[in-house]
Design a protein around this ligand. Structure first.
Ligand code: SF4
Length: 494
């Protein structure tokens, strides 16, 4: 589908709404030359009778559908930025109206297209009551009642977590971009040990060197590490010796007295050994993730995960035996071949283990993954995935879990979301700090990013090399980043 605009230049606003509806179609922001591209959306803005109006006309599969939104021109804000925001909302509402007519259904997230909707809810509840905020989300952003309540409930939990942050608090993220094998749905920059295992020893040595340098920066600026997160990839795909070296280095280099939580992603059951877990526990890790994604063996095999439902159960038991009293489990709704019943079985299986956190992702269909798209039914009713999320929400809420963080990605099935649930008091703080961008993050390793909050909502990012081989070939880049980081952080704290 191609987009054409008249009277405004906000084609991206039209695109984001249309992509949310027509997530299974190719959409171009500009008129295309492709003669087969007959679907077109025309968004036209004009003023008439004191009203600012936007008409959208969508020609989809040969049928024309129209949408309209308007507001009093005199009521538009005087401030340029605020004007632009209101104009964009009007354009989105008009596009939403037309797309809803074309497909015959609305969207639970309305015209909200950003990845962090909880922030909007937090901002609203600073000035209005819960009920007024709910009404605003439904009327101004077209959110469903269910999603409005979801983000308002999440914003309440997050506000409690965020209010305790001080200006010297930071999170430390350590990247291990290796996995034992690639899962077919994954687009993450992670190398399989089979192919890139020869890089691992040198990678770990350089990562340790980078962490030592970072520890000097943390102490020279008197920063407090609130959370440590070792993620990837699959950090437990390191050998027992390599993982123990890394954890020992963290323990020696950093002052852990201010750390509220220390997470190790032990995502794949086929990488978990008793020694890795007992070493992690002994060296200060307070929480681990053991992720089945599904407990359907046939699907696990097709995804290339190389572990079974039983392996997951065994790995989870090992984590408990090692003394971990906070364990997260990730699942994915909408995996190819997963029916509502088999998804329910996964959730029911997980409930028998009673983990403290459960994160329910919606499958995101990424071109960089190796998933066979012919086997993904792109047009399948989003009611199916929606039904999976509804089931998980109902079962988890009934079992005493509450949603505490949420993010949205592009190209998720049915334009649906990822939600983290936790038993009260066991929320993963890092997920909130990082996703809501409310705390600086110092990142180490390939693919890691340092994020600095510069005030007024401005965020500066300093990127490490993306791939392990680049990281290994040029270790001076990390050192240069640290100099920059120190300079910028000092200026912020001044
Ligand atoms: S284990 Fe995780 S990071 Fe690794 S390939 Fe699978 S989904 Fe991607």
């Amino acid at each position: 589908m191609q987009i054409k605009t008249e009277g405004h230049d906000e084609s991206y606003s039209v695109y984001t709404v249309l992509k949310s509806f027509f997530w299974f179609e190719r959409i171009t922001e500009k008129p295309s030359d492709d003669p087969d591209d007959r679907d077109i959306a025309v968004s036209r803005e004009y003023e008439k009778d004191g009203l600012l109006r936007v008409d959208t006309e969508i020609t989809y599969r040969g049928t024309v559908h129209t949408g309209h939104a308007e507001t009093s021109a005199a009521d538009m804000p005087g401030d340029r930025l605020a004007y632009k925001r209101s104009e964009k909302d009007l354009i989105k509402k008009s596009a939403y109206d037309a797309a809803e007519s074309a497909l015959g259904h609305g969207l639970k997230w309305g015209i909200l297209t950003g990845i962090r909707p909880a922030k909007i809810a937090r901002d609203l509840t600073k000035t209005v009551s819960y009920e007024d905020a709910r009404a605003l989300l439904m009327n101004d952003y077209y959110l469903s009642d269910e999603k409005s309540r979801l983000i308002l409930d999440i914003s309440k939990v997050q506000s409690r977590i965020i209010e305790n942050i001080s200006c010297k608090d930071i999170s430390l993220y350590i990247s291990i971009p290796f996995c034992v094998s690639r899962c077919s749905y994954c687009s993450f920059v992670s190398h399989s040990i089979e192919k890139a295992g020869h890089l691992v020893p040198q990678y770990v040595s350089l990562l340790i060197r980078e962490l030592r340098e970072l520890s000097g920066l943390v102490s020279s600026l008197s920063l407090n590490i609130k959370s440590i997160y070792i993620g990837g990839g699959t950090p437990t795909s390191l050998s027992e010796g390599e993982l123990s070296r890394l954890l020992s280095c963290i323990n020696e280099c950093f002052d852990l007295s201010s750390v509220s939580e220390y997470t190790l992603e032990a995502g794949r059951a086929d990488t978990i050994t008793p020694k890795k877990l007992t070493d992690a526990k002994r060296l200060g890790v307070t929480r681990v993730s053991v992720n089945p994604q599904t407990t359907n063996d046939e699907i696990l095999m097709r995804l290339g995960r190389r572990h079974t439902r039983e392996d997951f159960f065994r790995a989870f038991a090992l984590a408990r035996d090692a003394g971990f009293d906070i364990i997260n489990t990730d699942v994915i709704a909408g995996l190819p071949g997963e029916s509502l019943d088999s998804f329910r079985r996964t959730i029911d299986d997980i409930m028998t283990l009673s983990p403290e956190n459960v994160t329910v992702h919606t499958l995101s269909v990424k071109r960089a993954s190796t998933l066979n798209y012919d086997r993904v039914d792109m047009t399948r009713e989003f009611d199916l995935v929606s039904g999976m999320l509804d089931y998980s929400s109902r079962i988890l809420s009934g079992a005493g879990y509450a949603p505490y963080y949420l993010y949205r990605q592009k190209s998720t099935l049915g334009n649906l979301e990822n939600v983290g649930y936790a038993r009260p008091g066991t929320e993963c703080l890092y997920n909130v700090y990082m996703m809501e961008e409310v705390m600086p993050v110092l990142g180490a390793g390939a693919g890691a990013v340092c994020k600095l909050l510069c005030g007024g909502g401005k965020i500066e990012r300093i990127f490490n090399y993306k791939y392990p081989y680049e990281y290994i070939n040029d270790p001076s880049k990390a050192a240069g980043n640290h100099d920059k980081l120190k300079e910028m952080f000092s200026a912020i704290l001044r």
